[in-house]
Ligand binder design. Structure first.
Ligand code: MG
Length: 248
């Protein structure tokens, strides 16, 4: 009986360890039918108890932070249009174009899942990306979710802005063109690179870990790649297949 309980506990611990590493890319949408980057896909990721859920942030002309992958929404450039104009088109499930604020309000009810908040590169330039980064950080702070949020960006300027604002901000840089040493020296505490970057630079994960950087890879949808990265001790795996990854 005792042995069975010990084995069961070990299995549960193992499962929850794997789960804590899984980040649902744009929420859990692929196997749920929810639109990407919707409140519905975020809620699915929370209810599945994913370690994290990723989403993309753009800033409208009137300063609203909205959740959408591309710089354009319904054929309109987000940064050149007001929220009211953009929101004339709804998501395919009938939701409004989601606001960051709505995501944060929902997240308050699910404290066990981290938010991976991607600040998108603004088409008009680095200054606009930095502004979006600063406003995102302020809103996350307002909702007291800084410890539950990892800020990610392809914009190096936005990543630097976040660590300048807040030395303790959890930031992972996305582009894959900087070595762990360069990030460490710049004060950026993490990296989230395409999995092929780790294949081309087989010592980077180990190096990043030895420097105390947090590590993540996108977008890992194949089981053998997931297993290889988990074996190397990666902290997070960002995937369109959270159900599969959580089963490993
Ligand atoms: Mg993204």
């Amino acid at each position: 009986m005792r042995i069975i309980s010990v084995v069961l506990l070990a299995m549960i611990a193992h499962l929850s360890m794997a789960q804590s590493k899984v980040v649902a890319h744009r929420g859990a949408w692929k196997n749920t039918g929810a639109p990407q980057n919707s409140l519905e896909s975020l809620k699915h990721a929370f209810e599945m108890k994913c370690g994290g859920s990723e989403f993309d942030i753009n800033r409208t002309l009137d300063g609203k932070l909205v959740i959408n992958h591309d710089a354009d929404y319904a054929g309109l450039r987000i940064e050149e249009h007001t929220y009211a104009d953009l929101n004339k088109t709804k998501l395919k499930n009938g939701e409004d174009l989601p606001l960051l604020e709505s995501f944060l309000k929902l997240a308050k009810k699910y404290p066990n899942t981290l938010l991976f908040a991607e600040i998108k590169v603004a088409p008009s330039g680095a200054a606009a990306s930095e502004k979006a980064a600063e406003e995102t950080w302020k809103m996350v702070k307002k909702y007291k979710l800084l410890k539950h949020t990892v800020f990610i960006s392809f914009s190096y300027e936005a990543s630097l802005k976040l660590v300048a604002l807040d030395k303790k901000a959890r930031v992972q840089y996305l582009t894959g063109d900087k070595s762990p040493d360069v990030l460490k020296a710049a004060g950026i505490p993490g990296l989230d690179y395409h999995f092929s970057v780790f294949e081309k630079n087989p010592d980077w994960l180990k190096k990043a870990k030895s420097l105390g950087l947090s590590t993540n890879a996108w977008t890992v949808n194949k089981q053998e790649v997931m297993e290889s990265l988990l074996k190397q001790g990666i902290d997070y795996l960002t995937t369109d297949e959270p159900e599969m990854a959580m089963g490993l």
